[in-house]
Design a protein around this ligand. Structure first.
Ligand SMILES: Cc1cc2nc3c(=O)[nH]c(=O)nc-3n(C[C@H](O)[C@H](O)[C@H](O)COP(=O)(O)OP(=O)(O)OC[C@H]3O[C@@H](n4cnc5c(N)ncnc54)[C@H](O)[C@@H]3O)c2cc1C
Length: 319
């Protein structure tokens, strides 16, 4: 059994990136709530990540990858194990521009441009690149504050599009600490989930975008940002949509119709602007948010016989 001291020394020697012990996750989650992680490690390279994961597997240290923590709540008792942030993996590049006509790509990809992004690149970074280079396809991601890794794991989407529609292949560090590339046809995407085996870490992905008109792309993005400002409670900290939408009615509408908008526990509130957002109006605790989630689930189940599954991820331990 490795001691705390040995653990710290070993980790320190393995990464040039930041290693934060006993780190308050309220400083990192978009909701601004949550307890401490035993460690939050930010490897600088995929090589460092690989070394870390091999070590954690060998020593049976629990670990979990995180991106921008915009869909994540850590309970107030904190996370016992290591959270690995991929925020330093930020390579973003255009791989193949002007693909030749004899390219092996199918007709549907004519005019395609392949963009490679590492897991820590923000979705907004790809959106910005797509404006600069007049590439259409990523507009729906405008205003989604996640990273490529978290976005793919969540199959993030909006306005009828999801990341699965633009991804070509995903590179992963698999549960045995081996790097692999998986093509889109073999990626088990679902609504707001990519069903990868536990312990899998997404390290990057290729996206296929299409050459388009810069004005049109910019116009679409401006419309999306304006619609988000109008509909979403962006003045407060949140984790975006709390619940997945059931097939027949958006969760936010159901919550509104059940009269739950404005309900508060501590400083957590079901937004009066959008029923599917819980906002932190001051110093909310994770348990305040979870208590509101519980209340909503019970009320909707009681009144509509529908169980609202959470979209956001809850990890860690109760106080
Ligand atoms: C204001 C606001 C608006 C939002 N709007 C939308 C929206 O329109 N559509 C939408 O889909 N979402 C939306 N979200 C939610 C969130 O931004 C997305 O789900 C985003 O994709 C999460 O990315 P992240 O990097 O923050 O992931 P995190 O919150 O850090 O993690 C989410 C999950 O992914 C896993 N994960 C993270 N990185 C990796 C990795 N590299 N490999 C494997 N697993 C990983 C984590 O373990 C966790 O289970 C919104 C959030 C906010 C705050």
């Amino acid at each position: 059994m490795i001691t705390d001291r040995q653990f710290r020394d070993k980790i320190g020697g393995m990464v040039t990136g930041r290693v934060l012990f006993d780190e308050p996750m309220s400083m990192h989650t978009s909701m601004g709530v949550g307890g401490r992680a035993d460690a939050l490690i930010i490897p600088d390279t995929v090589g460092e990540l690989k070394k870390l994961v091999s070590f954690f597997l060998r020593e049976e240290v629990p670990f979990l990858p995180v991106g921008n923590c915009t869909n994540l709540i850590v309970r107030d008792g904190g996370y016992r194990g290591v959270l690995i942030s991929l925020e330093a993996l930020r390579r973003l590049e255009i791989r193949d521009e002007n693909l030749p006509p004899e390219s092996t790509l199918k007709e549907e990809y004519a005019g395609s441009v392949c963009v490679y992004a590492q897991a820590g690149v923000s979705l907004s970074g790809i959106v910005e690149l797509s404006i600069r280079k007049s590439l259409a396809g990523m507009e729906f991601c405008a205003g989604i504050p996640g990273s490529v890794g978290g976005g793919l794991k969540m199959n993030a989407g909006a306005w009828g599009r999801e990341l699965k529609d633009v991804v070509e292949s995903v590179s992963i560090l698999d549960a045995g600490a081996k790097i692999r590339e998986i093509e889109r046809k073999d990626l088990p995407f679902e609504y707001r989930n990519l069903d990868l085996p536990e312990g899998t870490i997404i390290t990057g992905a290729d996206f296929h975008l299409v050459k388009g008109s810069r004005e049109e792309i910019q116009g679409k993005i401006s419309d999306i940002i304006a619609a988000r400002r109008e509909k979403h409670p962006l003045a407060y900290r949140s984790a975006g949509s709390v619940f997945k939408n059931p097939p027949d009615c958006p969760a936010g509408k159901m919550i509104e119709e059940t009269g739950l908008k404005g309900l508060r526990v501590g400083d957590a509130e079901i937004s009066g602007k959008h029923g599917n957002f819980i906002v932190n109006i001051g110093n909310a605790k994770a348990e305040d948010v979870i208590s509101l989630i519980d209340t909503v689930q019970k009320r909707i189940l009681g009144e509509r016989r529908i169980f609202l599954e959470t979209e956001l991820k809850i990890i860690g331990e109760k106080l």
